[in-house]
Design a binder for this molecule. Structure first.
Ligand code: F6R
Length: 353
């Protein structure tokens, strides 16, 4: 049941501290290590998923070059073009909340046929994906009823980060700090939910009549921006596009005029300064500049409306910054009179190609 909450999506956004805590508690170090070992030995690392699950995968893809690994992110429905690459020296990580998305399952079948070992990250025990993979790592978000993925996304990000940290440990790095960071994720999410809901709600009111918005970010903030834009489209039916902030100059900026909303995601510490120059360019064209920024930083001053997010390390910042974007989409849907739990044209699980 909705347990007193107006919608499942709202309940599930608020449940994230708990879903992250149960996911962290349920992660089995031996399984993570088995996956990390396979990862480190791989020639290519395919990261495959659809929609929100693909976005979670992109966050891991961003980290892998640091391990001298070659990530090949694949939108599940587009796997065919990559088929000639698939080989027994490769490893794949398939991300799917339901474990039943046909595009992801087909990609996994094609990979395994050619000898690729596959680790699944899924929220559903006994799902098709879990049965058809070599190794399964479960997120423990609990059932997600709202059609828009929220708590399953943040638990995927936590799980994939834990896999990355496990690989770092195998390589002999001191990971104590990063382990502390991951452990603190549920508390971080709790503070984010408490501190950002009010601003997200006010902002949703201001976006109510907007036909369109951009979401911009650099580095690991880009997949967070993509996820924010997807949420807004899905439940509020406002056209939203995410671009790498730097790429926005190469065309998308042409659309920007007075009051055009541009949401900047400042989750990635390594790219914040460069993102500021994109804020200036957009503001010069009259954009309504919005952003998720670390609390007590100067970034807020550069924006028209800033959602201040408790400061977080680089692995958990995507979790901290996506939560207010989920809320923004939720409140925008409600403001516009739509039921965020039942977006038109969408099914919770897509079982046709
Ligand atoms: C977004 C959403 C979809 C799913 C996608 C993959 O809110 O719900 O984009 O993320 O259909 O679903 P799973 O993760 O079940 O494979």
């Amino acid at each position: 049941t909705k347990g007193g909450y107006p919608h499942f999506m709202f309940k599930e956004i608020y449940e994230q501290p708990e879903s992250l805590a149960s996911t962290a508690a349920g992660l089995e170090p031996a399984r993570l290590e088995a996956a990390a070992n396979a990862l480190l030995a791989a020639r290519n690392v395919y990261i495959v998923g659809a929609g929100t699950s693909y976005h979670a995968g992109l966050i891991l893809a961003h980290l892998l070059p640091r391990l001298k690994l070659t990530p090949v992110p694949i939108v599940a429905s587009e796997y065919a073009a990559y088929e000639p690459l698939f080989d027994k020296d490769d490893f794949a990580i398939a991300v799917s909340q339901s474990g039943e998305t046909i595009d992801t399952i087909k990609a996994v079948r094609a990979m395994r046929e050619r000898g690729v070992r596959v680790a699944a990250v899924t929220n559903v025990v006994g799902s098709t994906l879990s049965r058809e993979s070599d190794l399964v790592i479960y997120t423990r978000a609990g059932p997600e009823i709202g059609v828009a993925a929220t708590k399953t996304f943040t638990t995927q990000v936590l799980t994939l980060s834990a896999l990355y940290v496990s690989a770092l440990r195998l390589l002999g790095y001191d990971v104590a700090e990063r382990e502390r960071e991951l452990k603190a994720a549920p508390d971080l999410a709790r503070r984010v939910v408490e501190k950002t809901a009010g601003t997200a709600k006010d902002l949703a009111r201001r976006l109510r009549q907007k036909p369109s918005a951009y979401y911009l970010g650099r580095g690991a903030a880009l997949p967070v921006a993509m996820e924010g834009a997807l949420k807004l489209k899905e439940v509020a039916y406002i056209h939203a596009e995410a671009y790498p902030a730097g790429e926005s100059k190469h065309g998308p900026i042409a659309l920007v005029e007075e009051d055009f909303p541009v949401v900047f995601v400042f989750s990635d510490p390594a790219t914040r300064e460069k993102t500021l120059s994109n804020v200036a360019e957009m503001k010069a064209r009259g954009a309504f500049a919005i952003g998720t920024v670390p609390a007590r930083s100067d970034y807020a001053k550069k924006l028209d409306v800033a959602i201040e997010v408790p400061d977080a390390g680089e692995l958990t910042a995507p979790i901290a910054h996506v939560i207010p974007l989920q809320m923004l989409a939720y409140f925008a849907a409600v403001e516009r009179g739509y039921d965020p739990d039942k977006p038109r044209n969408l099914a919770k699980t897509v079982t046709v190609e």
